[in-house]
Ligand binder design. Structure first.
Ligand code: URA
Length: 281
């Protein structure tokens, strides 16, 4: 990477926006690149920053702007406004197409500003088997299709072993419709802002069985702070205000976790067999 002022300025801007990885031949942490610049290192404001925090301003004018600029956290009123707008759109949508259109025009989630595409859903809505993951990753953001990257391919492969394919008999979406920059963990605010739309999504699919993929989706939808290690292997009951009846919910490890921890596939296999049994009961 070229070591010039413009490059470091751009990187600082990306870091402020929450982007933490820069992909060249090899992924590199933006804070590490910034820290390699002596001017950045000399600044006390930069020292000890976390990945998402911005690097230090270099001029007085920039310092003033830097202090005045909103950081990653939105002011409370704008979060409440965004949730209210999402709720209003969700209330008004009476079909899946209307909901998708509502999600596409919704500007309340700031992730939309950095995303290339809205990622709504894929699969057979009429199957009434609904999988919900966390958020789009890089490939999903490029293509607009959920779970199409490496973890999605692993998920598809595992589900094919129990006779499931999104072309035939399941439907898949996420808790967020836009990619968090650098694939960072979604914030509680982002999840809360999108939740009304996700709730309506669930109600419109009206699943007979719902599967939550990974810890983030599980805690966001079930509103349960216990970790996925505790929750997997159990069947929960879920209902929101748009739904007439509760739906049974299975919880599985996220495939990206399995890519890092292949030994956990054994537990997922047990969970998938339980899902298959529930589907054929
Ligand atoms: N991980 C998710 O949770 N969802 C996707 O769509 C892709 C990766």
């Amino acid at each position: 990477m070229e070591n010039n002022i413009q490059t470091f300025d751009s990187l600082r801007w990306y870091a402020q926006m929450g982007v933490d990885l820069c992909v060249e031949a090899e992924p590199q942490e933006i804070t590490a690149i910034l820290a390699s610049n002596p001017a950045e290192r000399a600044s006390s404001a930069f020292a000890g920053d976390t990945v998402r925090a911005a690097a230090a301003p270099t001029s007085t004018a920039e310092r003033v702007l830097f202090q005045a600029a909103p950081q990653a956290k939105e002011p409370l009123s704008s979060i409440a406004d965004a949730v209210a707008e999402a709720r209003r759109l969700a209330d008004a949508a009476t079909t899946l197409d209307e909901l998708e259109a509502a999600v596409r025009i919704f500007n309340g989630c700031s992730l939309k500003k950095t995303a290339s595409n809205t990622v709504f859903a894929q699969g057979v809505a009429a199957s009434r088997l609904m999988f919900i993951g966390e958020a789009p990753g890089a490939e999903e953001d490029r293509s607009g299709v959920p779970f199409c990257g490496p973890s999605g391919q692993l998920l598809d492969k595992m589900l094919s072993f129990i006779g499931l394919s999104r072309a035939e008999n399941f439907y898949i979406t996420n808790c967020l419709f836009w990619r968090p920059p650098g694939n960072r963990q979604p914030s509680a605010d982002e999840l809360a802002i999108c939740l009304p739309l996700v709730e309506k999504h669930i109600a419109l699919i009206n699943p007979k069985i719902m599967v939550l993929v990974g810890g983030t989706a599980t805690s966001a939808i079930l509103n349960d702070t216990r970790g996925i290690t505790r929750l997997r292997g159990q069947v929960f009951s879920y209902k929101n205000d748009y739904m007439a009846e509760a739906v049974p919910v299975h919880v599985i490890y996220h495939p990206s976790y399995l890519l890092r921890q292949p030994l956990a596939k054994k537990q997922v296999w047990a969970d998938l067999l339980a899902l298959k049994a529930a589907l054929t009961a």
